[in-house]
Design a protein around this ligand. Structure first.
Ligand SMILES: [Zn+2]
Length: 87
């Protein structure tokens, strides 16, 4: 039997550096690393899954929540594959 470490996928919003849209990313932690994937274009990055990166993700979420005031369409980023472009 293979014992896996915690691998709880988490969806978070951020601007994708590959497709340039604001999209949902799915981060899948695997021990000390995590795979973060753009649910729109499939761009994938490997992160060191540490407190710093968790804080960064949380912070980006907070910034985008604040931006909802100006860009209500950010609220529509809910399902994997959702993407918007802000001017
Ligand atoms: Zn993308």
């Amino acid at each position: 039997m293979i014992i896996k470490r915690e691998t709880k996928p988490l969806l978070h919003r951020q601007k994708c550096s590959a497709c340039d849209y604001y999209t949902l990313y799915r981060v899948i932690p695997a021990g000390e690393k995590a795979t973060d994937t753009c649910t729109h274009c499939g761009h994938q990055v490997t992160l060191a899954w540490d407190n710093e990166i968790r804080a960064t993700i949380k912070n980006t979420e907070k910034i985008l929540t604040d931006l909802e005031e100006i860009y209500p369409e950010i609220k529509d980023l809910k399902e994997p594959g959702d993407h918007i472009r802000l001017d």
